[in-house]
Design a protein around this ligand. Structure first.
Ligand SMILES: [Zn+2]
Length: 60
């Protein structure tokens, strides 16, 4: 496991979540193939101050 530290508040309490919207979930489509099955987007964020450390697609 990587040991993430928040660069804003130095908290080690980093959580992983999925990007969501008010209706359903936000997905990322590959630019050159919009018919391809989209991927959900995960994020890692600091539980203490809310700073988002990283975004990544789950199935690139
Ligand atoms: Zn923080």
């Amino acid at each position: 496991m990587e040991n993430h530290i928040c660069p804003k508040c130095n908290s080690a309490d980093i959580k992983k979540g999925l990007m969501g919207a008010t209706v359903g979930q936000v997905y990322l489509y590959p630019e050159n193939n919009l018919r391809k099955k989209p991927s959900s987007i995960s994020a890692e964020y600091c539980k203490d101050c809310g700073y988002i450390l990283s975004f990544y697609v789950d199935t690139p």
